[in-house]
Ligand binder design. Structure first.
Ligand code: BYC
Ligand code: FE
Ligand code: FE
Length: 481
């Protein structure tokens, strides 16, 4: 392994020997002011002068990954950090299987690679934009610090993709880097590229669901790109994945703490029926059916991020060695998929059926299946809380045909259990399945900031332990006077 320490001396911290590459260094330094301007305009609203107890990478190996310190967000050291280069790495799949991994962009795949890097890059600032107003209503300083940690790291993920564009794609790479700062989540004229990244994140329950479900799509896509035969992409994704784990931790434990608090409040008040929404809401906690509706929403939006079940884009990306499968190197097969098939859930003759498709074109479906299995494990961990607290309830993932806008099921309507219904029925029933305006108003009414160290809003439990093992009343954010 060739390990290079992170150089924190220049404007842009990095472990890619940027100082030896004047052209790229100059390109990144001239992109930097635009990035800071974007951060100030579209990053967290307020709090830019607050001291936030943030984690910064000091090395990319497993020991000593992180250093914690109080930082003002605009002073966060956004850097270019690649996982160490694996010696003699070979392309792990596709028609070039077994050949040495590429250190430069293969000319014939340039357009495809650029497109995937741009799509990946576009999601990162989009999520920061979506989370822009959450600071105002954070249920504790602990949670406030966590959303800011997620935000600075998503900002760094943008840097990771922009580095690849600037270093390997010349003038059009520079243009794409500018466009990444120009598009805006939810904008009419210049929206972000993928659907889920133009949706609102109106409250903290949405934020936790987003980091559980949508950041988990990020994990799956980054795992696939970490397999890439284009080695710089693989290395940068491998390091991003170590940050991604924290984002999913925030989501999983966030929802867990909401469930915990609701169950405890129900028990204390002697409420047995989780569907007695009025009684539960009167306790100032989030009722479980509303939680289930938020889950339906964020899960279905995240499923759309896998693209069409059957996709020639996906087949081409795999065949050419650009984008692999989830944990490709652990799979035991020929890694070429030229003759195998994969079962795909399709809409055929008015019914939902499993149909065998060529494995190469079914790669989006396969990744989505891996994603669903990963989600389901998380849901089961949440469901254990009901057993532990003695509340009769279960959270469920809805059927993949429910509430979809991309792929096989985009033109049909289905219930959360997968029964096909007509548009009028869906319209009539949808407030039972997805958050209604009234649900939104109720949740919004709970979103009152709690800024005293060690205190938490009534609707959420404290975390099991502090960040960096800090005590319960630690002041994670020092809000400037
Ligand atoms: N919305 O063959 P198809 C993350 C377009 S999240 C709008 O079905 P393909 C993060 C598609 O672009 C991870 N358009 O799909 C999480 C294509 O358009 P063109 C982000 C969509 O290409 C939280 C057409 O439909 N990374 O990191 O096989 C916080 C037909 O496409 C959508 C990646 O996604 C959609 N949902 O697969 C922060 C990895 N879906 O080209 C960050 C890179 C499809 O015909 N991206 N379309 O105009 C990819 O690998 C693929 O582009 C996709 C789509 C999986 C997204
Ligand atoms: Fe990210
Ligand atoms: Fe993330």
């Amino acid at each position: 392994m060739t390990a290079i320490n992170i150089d924190y001396n220049g404007l842009i911290p990095n472990n890619v020997e940027l100082e030896k590459d004047a052209r790229v260094q100059k390109a990144l330094e001239s992109w930097h002011p635009g990035y800071i301007a974007w951060w100030k305009e579209m990053g967290p609203d307020g709090f830019q002068d607050a001291l936030v107890y943030l984690r910064t990478a000091v090395s990319v190996d497993n020991q000593g990954w992180a250093k914690f310190d109080y930082v003002r967000m605009p002073d966060y050291r956004w850097g270019i950090l690649l996982a160490n280069q694996e010696e003699n790495r070979t392309i792990p799949f596709g028609e070039h299987f077994g050949k040495p991994a590429w250190q430069e962009v293969p000319g014939e795949y340039r357009a495809m690679l650029r497109r995937l890097i741009v799509i990946q890059g576009d999601t990162e600032p989009a999520s920061v934009e979506q989370q822009r107003y959450l600071g105002k209503t954070a249920p504790s300083l602990y949670d406030l610090r966590n959303v800011f940690q997620v935000n600075v790291e998503e900002g760094r993920h943008l840097w990771a993709m922009v580095y690849l564009l600037q270093k390997y794609f010349g003038r059009d790479g520079r243009e794409e880097a500018e466009e990444l700062l120009r598009r805006r989540s939810g904008s009419q004229d210049a929206p972000r590229m993928l659907g889920a990244f133009n949706e609102a994140t109106p409250d903290w329950l949405s934020f936790f669901m987003f980091t559980f479900f949508t950041d988990r799509d990020g994990k799956m896509q980054l795992e696939s790109l970490a397999q890439s035969g284009f080695d710089p992409l693989s290395r940068t994704c491998r390091f991003m994945l170590t940050e991604e784990a924290h984002h999913m931790f925030v989501g999983e434990t966030g929802v867990r703490r909401v469930i915990q608090r609701t169950c405890e409040a129900m028990k204390a008040a002697g409420i047995e029926d989780a569907n007695d929404i009025a009684a539960v809401r009167a306790l100032g906690v989030i009722d479980l059916p509303t939680l289930q509706k938020k889950l339906h929403l964020h899960y279905s939006l995240s499923l759309d991020l896998f693209g069409s079940e059957v996709s020639t884009n996906a087949a081409n990306a795999f065949n050419s060695g650009i984008k692999g499968r989830f944990r490709e190197t652990n799979i035991e097969d020929d890694h070429r998929l030229t003759s195998s098939t994969y079962p795909v859930l399709k809409f055929v003759d008015g019914a939902i059926k499993l149909v065998d498709e060529p494995a190469l074109t079914a790669l989006n479906m396969r990744l989505r299946d891996d994603y669903i299995a990963d989600c389901a494990r998380g849901i089961e961990r949440w469901n254990q809380i009901f057993a532990q607290t003695g509340v009769q309830y279960r959270l469920e993932l809805p059927h993949v045909a429910f509430h979809r806008h991309i792929g096989e099921f985009r033109d049909v309507h289905a219930t959360p259990t997968g029964i096909l219904i007509d548009a009028a029925t869906f319209q009539r029933e949808k407030d039972k399945w997805l958050p209604s305006p009234q649900d939104g108003e109720f949740i919004a009414s709970l979103m009152k900031p709690e800024r005293e160290p060690g205190k938490f809003a009534n609707w959420i439990s404290p975390p099991a332990r502090g960040i960096d093992n800090k005590p319960g009343d630690f002041e994670y954010v020092k809000i400037a006077a």
